[in-house]
Design a protein around this ligand. Structure first.
Ligand code: NDP
Length: 354
């Protein structure tokens, strides 16, 4: 069976790219002797990885971003010593095959390796029309968009037809899928991006494109003459100060940002204090916007096999395609990380593993 998945994580030994400490690109180390993944739960399967999609969070995690939260996920009782996550395999997106017959139970997070572990409910059959490289570009960003638009935003193909949606940051991994989903569901889609990404986002279906480098972007968006029913913010930072004012007030409109301080807070303050600070700042923002008649929400990646199944059906129906900007070989993983670090993505970067 050939599948694709956004994995939470991944005997004998296998080739893999690992890190032994957090840092810049120099910490990436190739080894032929990484531990084979070990199944910990009955719903997990060992998979053979053909291609792995890279995301900005993989680069950030190489530098230690989210370490406190991810350590807690690995070791909720905090039994192991600090640093016990190393050697750590990074990565979260894969196109895979479940080997037949199943391999011996082989442990480690991450996917930039020959084998990995997937939760069996988090995988979906790879769209037949797609290569492994294209399929590996889908799971993490596409299920993040799905979670933000459908679960948090309440959008469906039935209720989108009359809605105007604004995507802040339409040209990267998340944005390219968000445009396609929303157009497939019939929404009117406005996108902000750089000048040289306009052609790409229009080709994906964007109805209206605003070049955020051409002037004060808030004014350019106001000049369009309409307000939005939902904003998906992939940019963050100061956008949050002005973007919600572009929503229709008192009409159930939602501002959803994917750029949240959750992992940063837990890294800085530890899990307990970080979660308290996060909850307090979210509650304050929700309240501040509620009194102005708009909903303020955070969107998160949520691994979901059923969402991947729906996305696969959209691929089959030719409503959605993967935009793969760059491909690297397994020996070029450091170059792939550098590509992500450079920014200005136009779609996705994928590593071909085998
Ligand atoms: P990418 O790096 O793939 O894309 C970012 C895109 O935004 C680039 O195309 C960039 O191009 C463009 N961009 C940068 N600045 C602006 C701006 N001011 N206005 C409009 N466009 C801009 O990132 P992803 O799409 O993978 O992720 C987007 C964000 O979502 C990231 O911050 C990521 O961490 C977050 N995210 C959060 C998740 C969650 O669970 N909360 C899950 C997944 C992603 P250019 O610079 O040339 O304009």
């Amino acid at each position: 069976r050939r599948l694709f998945s956004a994995s939470r994580r991944c005997s004998s030994t296998m080739p893999a790219w690992v890190i032994d400490k957090y840092g810049n690109n120099d910490v990436l180390r190739f080894t032929k002797n990484a531990s084979f993944p070990v199944i910990s739960y009955p719903n997990e399967v060992i998979v053979k990885v053909f291609a792995a999609g890279l995301n900005p969070i993989d680069v950030a995690m190489r530098g230690g971003y989210g370490a406190a939260t991810f350590s807690m996920q690995r070791d909720p009782l905090n039994i192991t010593q600090s640093g016990s996550e190393f050697p750590l395999v990074l990565g979260r997106d894969v196109s895979i095959r479940i080997p037949e017959p199943p391999s011996d139970p082989p442990t480690s997070p991450g996917n930039i390796s020959i084998f990995a572990i997937e939760g069996s409910t988090l995988v979906s059959h790879k769209p037949k029309s797609m290569s492994h490289t294209e399929a590996a570009a889908i799971p993490y960003v596409a299920t993040t968009v799905w979670s933000a638009l459908v679960n948090t935003g309440g959008l469906t193909k039935e209720n989108c037809g009359t809605k105007r949606i604004l995507i802040l940051g339409g040209s990267g991994g998340v944005g390219t899928f968000a445009i396609q989903f929303l157009k497939a569901w019939g929404a009117h889609v406005t996108v902000t991006c750089s000048h040289n990404a306009q052609h790409l986002v229009r080709a994906l279906g964007a109805d209206c494109v605003v070049d955020y480098t051409a002037g004060p972007v808030k004014e350019l968006l106001e000049a369009l003459g309409w307000k939005f029913d939902l904003i998906l913010d992939n940019v963050g930072g100061e956008t949050e100060c002005w973007a919600p004012s572009l929503l229709q007030p008192w009409r159930g409109s939602k501002y959803i940002t994917l750029v949240t301080p959750f992992l940063q807070n837990t890294d800085m303050l530890g899990i307990a204090d970080g979660m308290v600070k996060t909850a307090a700042s979210l509650a304050a923002s929700v309240f501040r916007h509620m009194v102005k008649g708009v909903h303020y929400r955070w969107g998160f990646f949520a691994a979901s096999g059923p969402a991947l199944d729906e996305i696969r059906d959209m691929v089959h129906a030719r409503q959605v395609q993967a935009v793969v900007e760059d491909m690297f070989g397994f020996s070029q993983v450091p170059e792939a990380f550098q590509r992500i670090e450079k920014g200005h993505a136009r779609g996705k970067t994928v590593v071909q593993i085998s």
